[in-house]
Design a protein around this ligand. Structure first.
Ligand SMILES: [Zn+2]
Length: 356
């Protein structure tokens, strides 16, 4: 019997989604989106794979969704996230799968973004009896631990009242995302890319009594795809973090809800290991951006004249059905679905929708 109804899942349903993935030994892809086209491609892929999915917006993705024409960029970041969330709330159930709605990295300068999303979320909660988003993320991993956990505790208190979950980050994910972060220096000392299990324990002790949260722990994962360098994926860090908390607090197995950032281009066996250690969410952005653009590149290369002339100057052939943006954007969506088929397969979530 179906455990959950199709559509956006929040509150206890979200907890069920996370817990079932962990006990079932699979994870959900978390896909960054920035337009209705990319959102719909994710929904289509999830439906096709009979899999539940996580859709998320970075601040830049949200701003793009609202439109670059809005002069006040901060306002656009909030409005765009709200608009995309409403789009997904309306459409998700018609695709027949569960969709968790997240926002991605918010560093110290973006704390006001999260607070303003919560203002919208509180109004939405009053009207609908459920939150607008399933989870927000605070990434204060570049700040001192005390500030990181203090802010996470403050925001989680506010979110817990709405039945929302908070994603935090401990240790620095390498690479660049949304213009934040640095290009990888592959010859540098990269010890800061590995989270200490003691830090995870500290976060658990500080936050677990307040509300539901997940941890993006760094185990050599990087944002983006780079040529193989000296950053080695060490998913055993995740295993050790779980073990430390199990032992200290006599919890059941895998007490932490873990998130794998920078899933693009990762070795398949390391993905499997990470999932077996309690990763329920793997972020995948770069590979899907490439899949989307790759198809457009192919379309333009195959139909070059349609992007130069409305009517062929030699043959008189009209090119409308080639330069209509729906044509090449559709091929982009289709290629994004193909790459997502692989992600559902890698993460073991194909055919596992809780709506089945
Ligand atoms: Zn990330």
């Amino acid at each position: 019997m179906a455990q959950l109804k199709p559509g956006v899942v929040t509150g206890n349903d979200y907890l069920t989604l996370v817990a079932t993935a962990k006990t079932g030994g699979y994870a959900l892809p978390a896909v960054n989106v920035s337009s209705s086209s990319t959102i719909n491609a994710v929904l289509e892929a999830a439906a096709k794979n009979q899999a539940d999915v996580i859709i998320q917006l970075s601040n830049g993705g949200a701003q793009f969704y609202a439109g670059q024409g809005i002069k006040d960029g901060n306002k656009a970041k909030t409005l765009g996230a709200v608009a995309a969330a409403q789009h997904i709330h309306l459409l998700a159930e018609h695709y027949g799968v569960c969709v968790a709605l997240h926002t991605d990295h918010a560093n110290k300068s973006l704390i006001p973004w999260v607070d303003s999303l919560l203002e919208h979320g509180e109004v939405f909660y009053k009207q609908n009896g459920k939150p607008l988003f399933s989870s927000h993320m605070l990434d204060l991993s570049e700040e001192p631990m005390e500030f990181n956990l203090g802010e996470c505790a403050r925001v989680l208190k506010r979110m817990a009242k709405l039945g929302m979950s908070l994603e935090i980050e401990l240790g620095v994910t390498g690479g660049e995302e949304d213009g934040i972060g640095k290009e990888m220096d592959e010859s540098a000392d990269n010890s800061h890319l590995y989270t200490q299990p003691e830090d995870v324990l500290q976060a658990y002790e500080r936050l677990s009594s307040i509300g539901h949260f997940s941890v993006a722990a760094s185990f050599g994962n990087v944002h983006g795809v780079y040529k193989p360098g000296n950053v080695r994926l060490r998913p055993e860090i995740l295993k050790n973090s779980q073990a430390l908390i199990e032992q200290r607090h006599k919890t059941t197995t895998k007490p932490l809800n873990l998130v794998f950032h920078g899933g693009s281009g990762s070795e398949k066996d390391k993905i499997k290991d990470a999932v077996s250690y309690g990763v329920f969410k793997m972020n995948i952005d770069t590979d899907l951006q490439f899949a989307y653009s790759e198809a457009i590149g192919k379309f333009v290369t195959e139909n070059p004249k349609a992007f130069l002339y409305q009517v062929d100057p030699e043959t008189g052939k009209p090119y409308k059905k080639f330069y209509d943006p729906r044509k090449y954007l559709r091929s982009a969506e289709e290629n994004m679905v193909v790459r997502l088929n692989e992600a559902f397969e890698d993460l073991g979530s194909k055919g596992k929708s809780l709506t089945l």
